[in-house]
Design a protein around this ligand. Structure first.
Ligand code: TPP
Length: 282
């Protein structure tokens, strides 16, 4: 069993606490999108529960030292989901909350796509299809360095249409990278609406590539935590978590958007969105 306790004294949080954190992450994301008037908010809201579980429960991570060499690594392969990472890094204390208003601003550290110059970011994102390969490289490097750190890679269903993802998947299984966890955000959308290619059955594909695979509701914190715990005990196989998420989760007017890939003032009244989020109580 992998030792995962983070060094932060208040972590890991339990399930009810994680639900509250996910709500706070959604609030941060709406603050960013409303401030800029636009953003990749649908995806961010969709993965809020996953981000809460990773940063506040599962990852070995020291927010006082985000470059700590023994940390678990998180790679956001979908760089345009940066809004979700900024929310997590603000909530855990790596970035200051007053920077949220800088999302997407010129010269900001909170770019619309991740930049590795920002504290807490492992790699620059934007060019899709590279995160899993980078994760495989990191996992191999950590093994060579005899580190016990794990590597978590978030990628999207759209990235399953890129050959580089499957090349990385083959390599991970070949090298038996059991300290690698891929979380595939299956939100069913791509840039222009629904998925262009049918990628189903997604879980079976990962199993066929030699990955220990769990398919879950990616907006159910109990299921997310369960799948992350299961991944701790993998031996000799990398782990895939196929997470079915709802774009805009928690904000009905965004959930209803047919094209939730990039939203601006023509699609969303941000005041309504914020009120709807606050109306969600456990
Ligand atoms: C290699 C590459 N090709 C195209 C793009 C342009 N692009 C940005 S986001 C996006 C949609 C990708 O869909 P998905 O990864 O499933 O993300 P989601 O719809 O959830 O935002 C595309 C095509 C890119 N960033 N990188």
């Amino acid at each position: 069993m992998i030792e995962t306790h983070p060094p932060h004294p208040t972590l890991p949080l339990d399930i009810p606490q994680l639900r509250r954190i996910a709500q706070k992450l959604r609030r941060h994301m709406l603050t960013m999108a409303a401030g800029k008037g636009q953003g990749y908010i649908g995806q961010g809201l969709g993965v809020a529960d996953i981000m809460a579980a990773l940063y506040f429960h599962e990852m070995k991570y020291d927010p006082h030292n985000p470059a700590w060499e023994d940390r678990d690594r998180f790679i956001l392969s979908t760089g345009h989901y940066s809004i979700a990472l900024w929310a997590a890094l603000v909530e855990i204390g790596v970035l200051p909350e007053d920077e949220l208003t800088q999302y997407g601003a010129d010269g900001s550290r909170l770019e619309m796509s991740t930049l590795d110059a920002t504290p807490g970011v492992e790699m620059t994102g934007g060019s899709l299809g590279h995160g899993l390969g980078q994760g495989v490289g990191m996992a191999l490097g950590l093994r060579l360095a005899k580190k016990i750190s794990r590597v978590f890679v978030e990628l999207s269903d759209g990235e399953l249409q890129e050959g580089s993802t499957w090349e990385a998947a083959m390599a991970a299984a070949h090298f038996k990278l059991d300290h690698l966890v891929a979380i595939i955000d299956c939100n069913g959308i791509q840039a222009d609406g629904p998925m262009v290619l049918n990628m189903e059955p997604i879980a079976e594909k990962w199993r066929a590539f030699g990955w220990r695979t769990n398919e879950i509701d990616g907006n159910d914190i109990t299921q997310i935590v369960g799948a992350l715990h299961a991944a701790r005990s993998a031996t000799g196989q990398p782990n895939a978590i196929v997470a079915r998420t709802v774009p805009g989760k928690g904000v009905p007017c965004i959930e209803r958007c047919e094209k939730a890939h990039f939203l601006n003032l023509t699609h969303i009244d941000w005041n309504v969105a914020q009120r709807e989020l606050e109306a969600q109580h456990e």
